[in-house]
Design a protein around this ligand. Structure first.
Ligand code: ATP
Length: 233
């Protein structure tokens, strides 16, 4: 469902991502770990067609991110920071705006909205303007916007940042349930316990390179039962 081959991204002399190769299958959660600046966000931004790779190729649901960006965008949801642009809209208006891109209107939009509102407990958030939202409320809108059209590929970049314990739990449960439906998910996080809970496979980036990839069980064995032991200590 996600295919990355020899992918590189350079910013001048700085190599953000170097010769990255990995695949994520339908029904799999792939944890992307690594320290600040390792290249995780860059990788997810390439996959979601926000930036172009310098070298290599990436495909999402069979479509090339550089050559067929519209097809790719229709099939993926991205959760990352930054919702400032739509300050004056309410949560509901933001979601209606994005739903329009996916042809979700009228009854279909209402059903999608009811589904995400229930899932993320965000009824109140829907009525509030983004400007007046808390960090966590804004993050719920970002998550809702990413999953509204039920994409087969979901890219989560620090998705639980700012969420309260209830919303965090709801998101982790959602990730596990969504994977069961055959969707492919990349879960990028600094929170090792979250990766331990949701991941099927674990990878570790360092200075733009993939320095480790293995099943979660293998990674856990490496750290005698703990991903933190495996990668941090
Ligand atoms: P973090 O955990 O801190 O979010 P990350 O693993 O997501 O880190 P990236 O944001 O992908 O890391 O950054 C990888 C490298 O690329 C870093 O050295 C970063 O400074 C650099 N970089 C990212 N975006 C740009 C840009 N627009 N211009 C120049 N350098 C950039």
């Amino acid at each position: 469902m996600i295919e990355v081959a020899n992918l590189s991204k350079e910013y001048g002399q700085r190599r953000a991502v170097q010769d990255l190769t990995f695949q994520v299958s339908p029904g799999e959660v792939y944890a992307l770990l690594g320290p600040n600046g390792a290249g995780k966000t860059t990788t997810l931004r390439i996959l979601s067609t926000l930036i172009r790779p310098t070298k290599g190729r990436a495909k999402v649901a069979g479509f090339d991110v550089a050559r067929e960006p519209l097809e790719v965008r229709r099939r993926l949801g991205l959760v990352n920071g930054g919702m400032r642009v739509y300050d004056r809209l309410t949560g509901r208006e933001v979601l209606r705006f994005f739903a329009g891109f996916y042809g979700l209107e009228g009854q279909a939009f209402q059903e999608a909205l009811d589904w995400v509102a229930d899932l993320l407990e965000m009824e109140e958030t829907l009525e509030r303007r983004v400007l007046e939202m808390s960090t966590g409320m804004r993050q719920k809108v970002v998550i809702a916007r990413a999953i509204l059209h039920r994409p087969p590929v979901l890219l989560l970049d620090e998705a639980t940042a700012g969420l309260d314990v209830f919303a965090r739990r709801a998101l982790l449960n959602f990730v596990k349930a969504y994977r069961q439906l055959g969707n492919a998910i990349i879960y990028s996080t600094h929170v090792m316990s979250e990766a331990e809970e949701v991941a099927d496979r674990v990878s570790f980036l360092h200075q733009g390179r993939l320095v480790y990839e293995g099943s979660k069980e293998e990674a856990l064995a490496l750290g005698e039962g703990s991903l933190e032991e495996a990668f941090v200590r």
